[in-house]
Structures are given as structure tokens and as C-alpha cells.
Design a protein around this ligand. Structure first.
Ligand code: CA
Length: 428
């Protein structure tokens, strides 16, 4: 497999080998945000590449889009534009690139640890789905023991419109929100900081060029509308959620913060890790025709390992390593990305470049692959023990949640998503 002339990209443990090349937005001290590509432990400045003539093989609009401070313009040019940029950058960074190129590129590469990452796009709209049947069943059982999975689940990719304004990039602290809470034994609700703060381990999906209002997206074209994927933490206040969610679904229990990882991994980079869509149980209905395609059944899934890690403030003070809470896989989602996107646009709703879709909590069948504390601790009845002797039912102030995602397949370099981090800050 092809190597890069950047040594750290050839280390088998890196998330960012030559075969990944995810897009993000970064800045260095004293300068504004610009588009970059991660390679090993470095970040390549795409604007500087364009300004130095290194992207001259690309169409002018594509070069111009690389010089903007967010990815929206490049997204709007469609998946093929990003593919062309990625192919060109792969040529520039490959070990067989002409030696004189390396000299020209060295000044355009930053040490990743020294740059500040920003949101990759101006996110206009954000929709969160509920695509894991394991999550839906486990959570449903906690709230409705007799009737865990509602009858629409296997027909409709369930989702709700989230809030784009409170999406933050990894490493942004998340303040414990206050809201209406009504304990089961109380007659009336109170307004107080949430006591049941949780994370949800999800994938985020950025829309490339959108569809026109009134124009649905056929399922066989759906992936042309996807720019790439990131990690997503849908922070959730369970006590607020339990009180507010009926009849219209989650509202303030979800929209106080959503964290995403800064690097967007393209579907091109993920191609070696495609797998069949979720195998429906015998007796499950087939998807309705507009959500059903042979190609999507054959390769609509993605084999992405997803891990959630936790460290308490006391653990960090005592220099203890974070502990892994769960390890799941995106291939366990009942609905594919193509089905979610097609369903979203099926009524003519227009998606726009830079819109973000969340998959919903990615949970597997077992407790060790539960993608949130609500499921893992069975609503707090089975607490987790930390190496300090502390216990966790839900998140405490000072807790840091870290998500990691990566793909492994024999004969291919490992690729990863980097991290999505967030520390819980106390309420004011
Ligand atoms: Ca969610």
C-alpha cells in the first residue's frame, strides 16, 4: 500500500494515513480559519496549497472553494469536487511525489498539536435520527416496559429536527444545563440543573450539494449528497427529556450542546470499509420501495468501530488513564445513511451544503456496546465503578467524555476519525 513522505502518516496507529485525508477547518495563532487536510500528525494548509499553485490541476471554482474559511463552498460543488481535491493532495503527499515538491510543501504543513480546530462548516440545519434498533429497544424498554419498540420503527427512519446553533467542535466545555425536572414522586416540576446528564455516541453526516425544494433524492443517488462523516456527541439531559418529550419529542433536553469531531472523513476514504446493510430479522418488513435498493442492501453499511471513554476530574488529578465505557460499531445501525438521507428528502424537504445529520446513538446488542449511560447503567440502577472508587450513574461535573472511531480491515491501512472530546462544566 502506498506510503507518504510524511513519516507519521505511515505509523500503523495513526488515524490519518495517506488513504484517509479528511477535511477540516483550522487556524494558527494570529490568523483566521482556513481549510486543512489531516496527514499523520500534521495539517496541510489547503489555501496555501492553492496560493502556491499546487492545486492548479483542479478547476478554478474548486481551487477558490479551498481558499474559504469553511467547507460549505466545497461541499456545494458536490462530492466529485472533494474527490478531486483529495486525489490531488494524495499525489502531493505520496512518497513517490517529486522531491522538489516536498520542499515547497514543508512550510504549508503545521504540527497538528499546535493548531486550533474549528467547526468544519457553517451548519444551517441539523437533524438527529434514531437509527439503532438496539438503542431504540433498550431505551423504549426503560420508559415503556410492555411496549419497547413502537410499531412505526421498522418502517420509518425516525428523526427530529435539532438545533444547529449549539453545535460545538471537540474540546469545547459543555455547561450542565438547567431545565424543568419532575421526579416521579413529585407532584409538580421544579427548574434546576439536570441531575441525569448523559452522552450519546453517534456518527454525524455532512451533506454535500443539496437537493432543490420539492425534489426528493432517489435512494440510488443518496450517497452523492454525502460529503463525509464525523463523530458526534448528542449530550442529553435525561430528567428534562423524560418530562418534556411527549407529545412532540426532545427539545431543551438536547439542544444545549452537540459536540462533533473536527475532521470530516470522506465516503471515498471509507470505501474499503463498506459492508452490507443491517440484516433485518425474519418477520421484519422490507423497507418501502423508496427506501429499498439492491446496492444499498449490499453495501449500504459502514464498518466503523466506535468507542466511548471517560475520565473523572479525580482520575485526571491522580494521573489515571481514561477508561473505555463501550465499543460498538456503525454497522449495527438498522437504517443506512442513504435511507436516512432519502427519507429526509422524500417529502421534498431541501437539504443544503453543510447540513448535518446525526445517526442517533449507535448501540449494539450487548451492554458493552451501549452508546449512552442511560442504557449502560439501566437508567442509573447499575452504576459503573471508576478506578478511583467513584461511581457513575450519569455524568458528574468535571467528567470528560472522549469518543474515538476507526476502521480496520486486512490489507488496508487503518483509518480513523480522531477524537470528539468534551468536559462537563458546572452550572453557574
Ligand atoms: Ca441522539
Amino acid at each position: 500500500m502506498q506510503k507518504s513522505w510524511i513519516d507519521s502518516a505511515n505509523d500503523g496507529s495513526t488515524d490519518f494515513p495517506l488513504q484517509n485525508l479528511p477535511f477540516g477547518v483550522f487556524s494558527v495563532a494570529g490568523d483566521g480559519p482556513r481549510i486543512g487536510i489531516a496527514i499523520g500528525n500534521r495539517v496541510l494548509d489547503l489555501r496555501a496549497c492553492a496560493e502556491n499553485g499546487l492545486l492548479d490541476t483542479l478547476d478554478r471554482p474548486v481551487q477558490d472553494a479551498c481558499c474559504t474559511p469553511v467547507l460549505n463552498e466545497l461541499m456545494a460543488l458536490g462530492r466529485s469536487a472533494a474527490s478531486a481535491v483529495r486525489r490531488r493532495v494524495m499525489e502531493l503527499l505520496a512518497e513517490d511525489a517529486p522531491a522538489n515538491l516536498r520542499g515547497r510543501m514543508e512550510p504549508l504543513l503545521h504540527v497538528a498539536e499546535q493548531v486550533t480546530m474549528h467547526l468544519p462548516a457553517a451548519i444551517g440545519d441539523y437533524t438527529d435520527f434514531y437509527a439503532s434498533v438496539y438503542h431504540a429497544t433498550n431505551v423504549g424498554r426503560l420508559f415503556r416496559p410492555d411496549n419497547p419498540l413502537l410499531p412505526n420503527y421498522k418502517y420509518v427512519p425516525i428523526g427530529y429536527h435539532g438545533r444547529a446553533s449549539s453545535i460545538v467542535v471537540s474540546d469545547t466545555g459543555v455547561k450542565r444545563p438547567s431545565g424543568q425536572i419532575k421526579p416521579a414522586d413529585a407532584a409538580v416540576p421544579t427548574f434546576a440543573p439536570t441531575r441525569l446528564l448523559d452522552y450519546e455516541l453517534e456518527m454525524g453526516c455532512f451533506v454535500a450539494d443539496g437537493n432543490d425544494l420539492g425534489q426528493p433524492v432517489p435512494i440510488h443517488e443518496a450517497e452523492e449528497y454525502i460529503f463525509g462523516l464525523c463523530l458526534l456527541n448528542d449530550w442529553s439531559a435525561r430528567d428534562m427529556q423524560a418530562w418534556e418529550y411527549q407529545p412532540l419529542g426532545p427539545f431543551l433536553s438536547k439542544n444545549f450542546a452537540t459536540s462533533i469531531s473536527p475532521w470530516v472523513v470522506t465516503l471515498d476514504a471509507l470505501q474499503p470499509f463498506r459492508v452490507p446493510a443491517f440484516q433485518r430479522e425474519a418477520g421484519d418488513p422490507d423497507p418501502l420501495p423508496y427506501l429499498n435498493s439492491a446496492d444499498d442492501r449490499l453495501r449500504g453499511g459502514f464498518d466503523v468501530v466506535l468507542e466511548a471513554w471517560l475520565s473523572s476530574k479525580l482520575m485526571r488529578d491522580e494521573k489515571l488513564a481514561p477508561i473505555m465505557l463501550s465499543r460498538g460499531n456503525m454497522r449495527d445501525l438498522y437504517w443506512t445513511l442513504a435511507q436516512m438521507l432519502t427519507h429526509h428528502a422524500s417529502n421534498g424537504c431541501n437539504l443544503r451544503p453543510g447540513d448535518l445529520l446525526g445517526t442517533g446513538t449507535v448501540s449494539g446488542p450487548g451492554k458493552d456496546s451501549a452508546g449512552c449511560l442511560l442504557e449502560m447503567t439501566r437508567r442509573g440502577t447499575e452504576p459503573i465503578s471508576l478506578p478511583t472508587g467513584e461511581q457513575r450513574k450519569f455524568l458528574e461535573d468535571g467528567d470528560e467524555v472522549v469518543f474515538r472511531g476507526y476502521c480496520i480491515r486486512e490489507g488496508h491501512p487503518r483509518i480513523g476519525f480522531g477524537e470528539c472530546r468534551g468536559v462537563v462544566l458546572p452550572p453557574e
